[in-house]
Design a protein around this ligand. Structure first.
Ligand code: S3P
Length: 446
């Protein structure tokens, strides 16, 4: 893992046309789950295309600390699982670094185990609310032996002798909360039900079913999803090819749109409809994004994206679109800086509890670079300056947030003056290849 103690600034400058092909690292959500479910299943799971970012590697370490065997053989990761219900008590605290998905899903996984597990993380993760996962776990019988005020890390859990299945209505649109309850249900007798009024990314449901879990999804007359999982069944190791991460695709994609004369192709992008809100929004703004070579790989739709620089216009992004692009608002805000007129993004309350308070981090970074924007309680409005005239020249505080760092480096590729971010180190949590991949396309970042 990187030494994050000393900040490493980076600066992006106005660049010539971007061109070439970009192949993305694997999807972060699927990579975390591949290590977790592989580590839990009986037999061997073989994973290719895994995102080898710090967040995912921490999840791998946690599964190893609880008895899974994980080896890296060339391009392939080979996982020998413990068998469902057979995780071991970890001897040391599980350190999840910056990773919300890793820590929240693993809390769910171990929640019903009659063992003591301590969870720790970096200063960003230690500020994030964990009560959203602890609340349903408490209902299932998990004891929270230690937690900082507001249910924050470090947290120590001890599961009950016999966990109780629950029916839990997820109070906010969160795939992490949904997944934590389903994973707790895996080692709980009987049927655990998650009621999901607003659909979020469905990788947990799809992948658990692929590993052989007894899981069914029913959609009621109001469109609410009821996900039922029968606990204590057998999971069987799988072969997984992880598709490219659509959230990471957002960075070269927006870069090509805003740098005049660009024409790039981003290969092998996951097109699961719970993840494609950014592409839809950019297309509404007038972006030239061609979906090529659409195909199915490992149960998911994937495509190559040909992206050419485009004249964008401002749009209203409705709140109901937020779950399908929740991690993409920072980079959408960057695209909006170059659009004609106002882009209004609504329903952004969940952005306040990401790796940073992303709503204020984005607004402050934009303002530092001369962008006309307004931060509301749950909204962000950006007035564009086509061609980036007069923009740039500021330094952005990234608050240990990889997506803030990458988004603002993309901004600087098309603004009149350079844009500096105070620390690039966190980029390694989700997209270690970012600097090299952008440089290969012709981006000037140093
Ligand atoms: C994720 C869910 C989302 C997302 C995160 C990954 C997942 O978080 O922001 O990057 O893999 O389940 P929330 O569940 O907090 O919305």
């Amino acid at each position: 893992m990187n030494d994050h103690s000393k900040p490493q600034p980076a600066t992006a400058r106005k660049s010539g046309p971007l061109s070439g092909k970009a192949r993305l690292p694997g999807d972060k959500s699927i990579s975390h789950r591949a290590f977790m479910f592989g580590g839990l299943a009986s037999g061997v799971t073989r994973i290719t295309g895994l995102l080898e970012g710090e967040d995912v590697l921490r999840t791998g370490e946690a599964m190893k600390a609880m008895g899974a065997r994980i080896e890296h053989n060339g391009a392939e990761w080979v996982v020998q699982g413990t068998g469902n219900g057979c995780l071991l008590e970890p001897a040391q605290p599980l350190d999840f670094g910056n990773a919300g998905t890793g820590v929240r899903l693993t809390m769910g996984l171990v929640g019903p185990y009659d063992m003591k597990t301590r969870f720790i993380g970096d200063p960003s993760l230690s500020k994030r609310p964990m009560g959203r996962v602890l609340d349903p776990l408490r209902e299932m019988g998990t004891q929270v032996l230690e937690a900082e005020p507001g249910d924050r890390l470090p947290i120590t859990l001890r599961g009950p002798k016999h966990a109780a299945p629950v029916s839990y209505r997820v109070p906010m649109p969160s795939a992490q909360v949904k997944s934590a309850v389903l994973l707790a249900g895996l080692n709980t007798p009987g049927v655990t039900t998650v009621i999901e009024p607003v659909m979020t990314r469905d990788h947990t449901e799809k992948m658990l079913a692929g590993f052989g879990a007894a899981l069914e999804v029913e959609i009621d007359a109001e469109g609410v999803r009821h996900i039922r999982i029968e606990g204590q069944g057998r999971l069987q190791g799988q072969v997984i090819a992880v598709p490219g991460d659509p959230s990471s695709a957002g960075f070269p994609l927006v870069a090509a749109l805003i740098v005049p004369g660009s024409d790039i192709t981003i290969e092998n992008v996951l097109m699961n409809p719970t993840r494609t809100g950014l592409i839809l929004t950019l297309q509404e703004m007038g972006a030239d994004i061609e979906l090529m070579n659409r195909r199915s790989a490992g149960g998911e739709d994937v495509a190559d994206l040909r992206v050419r620089s485009s004249e964008l216009k401002g749009v209203r992004v409705p709140p109901e679109r937020a779950p399908s692009m929740i991690d993409e608002y920072p980079v959408l805000a960057v695209a909006a800086c170059f659009a004609e007129g106002e882009t209004l993004m609504e329903g952004l309350e969940e952005l306040r509890v990401k790796e940073s308070d992303r709503l204020s981090a984005v607004a402050n970074g934009l303002k530092a670079n001369g962008v006309d924007c307004t931060e509301g309680e749950t909204t962000l409005s950006v007035h564009g300056a086509p061609e980036g005239k007069g923009l740039g020249g500021g330094t952005v505080e990234t608050h240990l947030d990889h997506r803030i760092a990458m988004s603002f480096l993309i901004l600087g590729l098309a603004t009149e003056k350079p844009v500096t971010v105070d620390d690039r180190a966190m980029i390694a949590t989700s997209f270690p290849e970012f600097m090299g991949l952008m440089a290969d396309l012709g981006a000037e970042i140093e």
